[in-house]
Design a protein around this ligand. Structure first.
Ligand code: NCD
Length: 312
């Protein structure tokens, strides 16, 4: 077990990993679950410090990274609001990263600009983990999404996954589509035409041997799904707010829509949700988004331990 060698690895894009590496991270994450729940204690990251640099809002990603670090006996410093830092005075990202490198052992970065994490990784000799770069990638979300599918469905290959909502600006689905194709899942992309999956992602998925179904009607595509992965319309990334108004609220899961779904279909969502899942859906056996959010802790524990090369 854990023959994975990931010391000092940056985690920028899901495509930087092999299927074997992702499986190794998921196996390791399974072992971390009792520690993530607080049922078992660990000091494996004692003396290590994580920097969390969040230039965009976050609840789950930042808090689950911090929980992961603290549960393993490590420490955390960072910011959740860049206006309270020297970025406000005009400091460059490169210089902010150099400081985090000097003060900590591993850096988690969320930034509005696509490519920011790749750039940060260049400036730091310490591992940089991408916690979302604009509409680009969100690789650690993908790891926990895959972990959730594997835990709930027992496998990933051959599973019918329907990604729906804002596929254009949603970074979680860009990373996830890529990874699901690596694992040989069947993919359906359900979105209004204006918000369909970017061509570069579709091409990439096809180059991995998966031919995605492109759909605009959820009513039509939901019946075949084993997993429906719902996303929020990414309002903050719309160049024109009138465009946002046109599509807001168009794709919504409620009890009526669920009548057409398989009995054991699961609903996932990276969260935050706004209106795309009705609250009454939460108490159905389909709803897995809160379990999914918890899974961020053991998955991030595994990842932090691997890049810092400590062994539980
Ligand atoms: C997502 C994100 O920030 O990309 N949230 C998350 O990390 N779980 C999804 C979103 O903001 O809609």
């Amino acid at each position: 077990m854990h023959m994975l060698k990931m010391k000092d690895r940056d985690v920028v894009s899901i495509g930087d990993f092999t299927v074997e590496e992702i499986e190794g991270i998921m196996d390791y994450a399974s072992e971390m679950v009792p520690i993530a729940k607080g049922e078992k204690k660990s000091k494996v990251l004692d003396g290590k410090i994580l920097s969390t640099l969040f230039f965009e809002p976050s609840t789950r990603t930042r808090l689950s990274f911090e929980s992961a670090m603290l549960r393993l006996g490590g420490g955390v410093l960072g910011f959740a609001e860049p206006s309270a830092t020297s970025a406000k005075k005009g400091e460059t990202l490169a210089d902010t990263i150099r400081m985090a490198e000097a003060y900590s052992d591993v850096i988690v970065l969320r930034h509005p600009r696509e490519g920011a994490a790749r750039l940060a990784a260049k400036f730091s000799s310490k591992p940089v983990i991408n916690a979302g770069d604009g509409a680009g990638q969100h690789p650690t979300q993908t790891l926990l999404d895959l972990f959730t599918i594997k835990s709930e469905k027992g496998k990933i290959g051959g599973i019918n996954v329907n990604l729906m909502g804002d596929l254009k600006y949603g970074r979680t689905v860009h990373s996830l589509a890529h990874a699901l194709a690596m694992f040989g899942a069947d993919l359906t992309f359900t979105a209004p035409k204006e918000l369909q999956m970017p061509e570069h992602v579709v091409k990439n998925v096809k180059s991995l041997g998966v031919k995605p179904k492109i759909e605009s009607s959820l009513e039509k595509s939901i019946s075949a799904a084993d997993v429906v992965y719902v996303t929020r319309i990414q309002k903050e990334r719309f160049p024109d707010l009138a465009e946002y108004e046109k599509v807001a609220g168009a794709y919504r899961i409620d009890m009526d829509v669920l009548e057409k779904a398989k009995k054991d279909m699961i609903i996932m969502h990276p969260l935050p949700r706004v209106t795309e899942i009705a609250p009454e859906v939460d108490s159905t056996p389909h709803a897995k988004y809160f379990t999914q959010a918890f899974n961020g802790v053991p998955v991030r524990m595994a990842l932090l331990s691997l890049v810092l090369e400590v062994r539980e």
